[in-house]
Design a protein around this ligand. Structure first.
Ligand code: CA
Ligand code: CA
Ligand code: CA
Ligand code: CA
Length: 220
């Protein structure tokens, strides 16, 4: 099926002018969430004949409906990490091809519980990081890593929780998505060891009524 075809009408026979002939078109898919959820193409019809009465140019329009929806997909909804440097990951990918670059901001709701590191070359864990997509990589999942942040408390129920939000921004309004999903990360408690008082020797002798023999030792 090409971009152009012909129909022939005759004064008589199998293609007699009075019998309608059918034109078939097929929609061509793209991966873009199109504006107005549709695209249109003009199908022109031009008649030529030695009968100059049929030197006619006309046109019709075909509308192709869209089957793509912009969105951000997260591979996980919940993750668990140890608070003392434990890590967990999930992936971020777009649902449709963007017409302009898209930045997904990944933000920890509580940087004292978990910090995040995006897929860029940097390896530092911070309160927020970004994941970037364009028309060339929109369908390649990219990895977000979170790291549990230690505290010195034996936490209630031995857990703390932070929500990691994802917000997309782009010149393309289809990808101006303030709330593009979140992952709830639970930081399992890793309580510090109980304080230990450990003098070098637990028994000392002193001479009564005298400062002599007073011993000291270091303890925590
Ligand atoms: Ca499509
Ligand atoms: Ca489309
Ligand atoms: Ca990184
Ligand atoms: Ca703790």
């Amino acid at each position: 099926m090409g971009r152009a075809g012909t129909l022939t009408f005759s004064a008589s026979g199998s293609r007699i002018w009075s019998t309608a002939q059918t034109v078939t078109v097929i929609g061509r898919g793209d991966d873009v969430d199109n504006v107005g959820d549709q695209r249109t193409a003009t199908i022109s019809h031009a008649a030529t004949s030695t009968d100059t009465n049929y030197a006619i140019t006309n046109a019709g329009t075909v509308t192709v409906t869209d089957d793509d929806t912009a969105g951000v997909m997260l591979s996980e909804a919940t993750r668990t990490v140890g608070e003392a440097g434990g890590t967990a990951t999930w992936t971020v990918v777009l649902d449709s091809e963007p017409t302009h670059s898209v930045t997904v901001m990944v933000t920890s709701g509580d940087g004292t519980v978990v910090k995040v590191d995006g897929p860029d070359a940097g390896t530092a864990f911070t309160n927020s990081d970004t994941v970037s997509f364009n028309a060339g990589n929109w369908d390649n999942p990219q990895t977000v890593t979170v790291e549990g942040q230690d505290d010195d408390m034996d936490n209630t129920n031995d857990v703390r929780t932070a929500t990691i939000s994802h917000g997309a921004s782009s010149i393309n309004p289809k990808y101006a998505i303030t709330n593009a999903g979140s992952v709830t990360v639970t930081g399992d408690d890793v309580p510090n060891s109980a304080p230990v008082f450990s003098p070098s020797t637990l028994t000392r002798e002193v001479v009564e009524n005298s400062g002599a023999g007073v011993k000291t030792w270091a303890g925590p």
